[in-house]
Design a protein around this ligand. Sequence first.
Ligand code: HEC
Length: 250
Amino acid sequence: MTGSARKMSKLLLLLVFILPSAAFAASSSPWPMEDFDPDLENKPSLQNGMKLYMNYCIGCHSLMFQRYERTADDLGIPHEIALEQLIFSGQKIGELMTTAMDPELAKNWFGGPPPDLTMVTRARSPDWVFNYLKTFYIDDSRPFGVNNTVFANVGMPNVMQDLQGVQTCTERKMVEGSEVCSKLVVEEGSGVYSEQKFDQAVYDLVNFLYYVSEPARLERQRTGLFVLIFLVILGVFTYLLNREIWKDIH
Ligand code: HEC
């Protein structure tokens, strides 16, 4: 193959791989998604995420495959502190992280119970949840007075508005025949947190949900590392043994 032909075939290959994903990303969400990079080694982040979850989310969303005890242990939170400062429902430490929301009432309020979030970062991706939580904006035409750029016409109220402040859509554009929001602005000083602090809070919350979606992930990664180290050491000894055995035969 000549140089230019090779270049050409490389380009074609690149197009074959990149084009479909670009097209998919464009059609699935017109909002420019920010990346989310989870960090399960960051215990303070996970602890803060759990605290936010217990204050802002568990009233509606259960984490029904997760127990308080396991979570507290994995995150390095002593049981007494978890019971005193994080579990407001009077549940015991060994119980599952269920919500106190009555499903009948939820049906009246939201048209259906809010979904369980144990697996949400896997079902949707951590990036999606991160962007979703940051992009609620005022929309008076909606039942709860808010809309969302990632989840159009969402049925969830903006529960962290006191922290983030009042966010409005200042620019719109047409995408595939419908109008979507393309720019969001938070009213200066309307939230308890600065923009940076709110970003960090949402980061911690999604980091926590990422942990919850597979609590054994950390353990699995550590075990994997030990296995690799073991194999390397074993490899060295096998090599030495091999040399020793063949030494006198030649
Ligand atoms: C007042 C009740 C309520 C509270 C509190 C609440 N949510 Fe929701 N949430 C809902 C409802 C209802 C939906 C379903 C929206 C729909 O389908 O239109 C939802 C949907 C979601 C979804 C999308 C799930 C999916 O895959 O479709 C995520 C993610 C989510 N909530 C995260 C959170 C987080 C994180 C918190 C805490 C900061 C929170 N919610 C607090 C009611 C609530």
